[in-house]
Design a protein around this ligand. Structure first.
Ligand SMILES: [Zn+2]
Ligand SMILES: [Zn+2]
Length: 397
């Protein structure tokens, strides 16, 4: 189709960018196809700037809206990812039930995701168009002291995807280059998605717990994070791994992930069982993933055995949303630690292990919903009236 248009001759890339931002420029009248007048690249910029996409946006407690929003555009150092899969995390449920709040409102929820790079901005070096990638929801600067020490999860300039900035419950996401890692061909987008949080949070917690070969490790809460803490503890050398959960179906899943001992506190005394399997000495490490203050108190208790001098490490992973009190005299040297988000290096290590087939995280994925049914997916996670691992949001539609 031939069109006529008044244009100013474009003389630099920066002016092309200006044009793609929607600034009207007027000058000489020319006639031709749109490609001849504007050039293919400029038209792509314009199409991208004007395009829209579907996203699930948080507007407050119990208020998640599926909306049409502008497709994100990228600048220098940024990557545009066409998301293929996301997954629903307990943190998203905490937002929707009002237990915690995202830092920004409204915001596109979701921090676990994987997809295909559609475009990269100037200066991006580590990924290119069509690369498969996992989203690292920690946006870090790469230059501050914690970043330089490998603790980008503690970056002084950190933003979290799906919390401070728009997340992965959308068809596209624009992120800094440091917020993606290559996804090996052997790993599916769904597996890549859960690796960005549930799998890696459990991995980090096992590191924080300093699990050593032969240790007895007790994991409280066999949900998405807890199952992977069990998986990594057993793969990284624990002698005995104990899973504690109120739901027998989750305990069955824990057994598949390597738990040697299954304890339901409704019917069994957790500390007694731990003492039984440790010859009365107590656990070397406990990892609390449920967010229950009672479970955290028990996680401290299972470390104490026949003497009050030997001590293990209690690691709090599940977000405690209520105040918790502990008897000071029940705590020993070195016992209490908090494990937060994984770091970039750990995510890379896990992806390498997955690509080699060293672990299989796919059994955790028990449900899948398209983006338009995300409310049903959220309800599935909340209802827990069946065995629920990770619910994948299929974004390929
Ligand atoms: Zn998560
Ligand atoms: Zn930093």
């Amino acid at each position: 189709m031939s069109i006529s248009c008044r244009v100013r001759t474009l003389v630099s890339d920066s002016e092309t960018d200006t044009l793609s931002s929607g600034v009207i420029v007027v000058g000489q009248l020319v006639t031709g196809t749109s490609e001849q007048i504007f050039g293919t690249d400029t038209l792509k910029h314009l199409a991208s700037a004007l395009a829209s996409m579907q996203a699930a946006r948080y507007y407050g407690e119990d208020d998640l809206r599926l909306e049409s929003v502008p497709k994100p555009t990228i600048g220098p150092g940024e990557v545009l990812v066409n998301l293929q899969a996301a997954s629903i995390c307990g943190s998203d449920i905490n937002y929707l039930t009002g237990k915690t709040d995202p830092a920004t409102e409204p915001v596109t929820l979701g921090h676990e995701g994987a997809g295909i790079v559609e475009a990269v901005g100037p200066g991006v070096e580590t990924v290119t168009q069509d690369d498969r990638v996992v989203i690292h929801y920690v946006q870090s600067c790469g230059g501050c002291r914690p970043c330089n020490e490998g603790n980008d999860n503690r970056c002084r300039h950190r933003n979290s995807i799906g919390h401070h900035v728009d997340g992965t419950f959308a068809e596209y996401i624009a992120v800094p280059e440091r917020a993606v890692l290559p996804l090996p061909d052997e790993v599916s987008f769904g597996e890549g998605s859960i690796t960005g949080c549930a799998v890696s949070t459990g991995y980090h917690a096992v590191h924080v717990a300093d699990v050593r070969p032969g240790d007895c490790v007790v994991v409280f809460g066999a949900g998405g994070v807890g199952l992977h803490a069990i998986l990594w503890a057993s793969r990284l050398g624990a002698g005995t791994t104990v899973a504690v959960d109120l739901d027998d179906r989750q305990l069955e899943a824990a057994a598949e992930y390597g738990a040697d001992v299954l304890v339901n506190p409704d019917t069994d005394d957790v500390t007694d069982r731990v003492l039984e399997v440790t010859d009365g000495w107590g656990a070397n490490a406990s990892i609390e993933c449920s967010g229950s203050p009672q479970a955290m108190a028990q996680a401290i208790d299972v470390l104490t055995g026949q003497t009050h001098y030997e001590s293990g490490t209690a690691v709090s992973v599940g977000i405690q949303t209520e105040p918790m009190s502990v008897e000071y005299t029940d705590i020993r040297e070195g016992q209490l630690r908090v494990s937060g988000d994984h770091n970039r290096a750990e995510l890379g290590e896990i992806l390498r292990l997955l690509s080699r087939g060293a672990v299989d995280v796919s059994p955790t994925i028990t449900h899948e919903v398209p983006l338009e049914d995300i409310h049903a997916g959220v309800e599935t996670v909340m209802a827990r009236d069946e065995q629920v691992g990770r619910v994948i949001v299929d974004l390929t539609g």
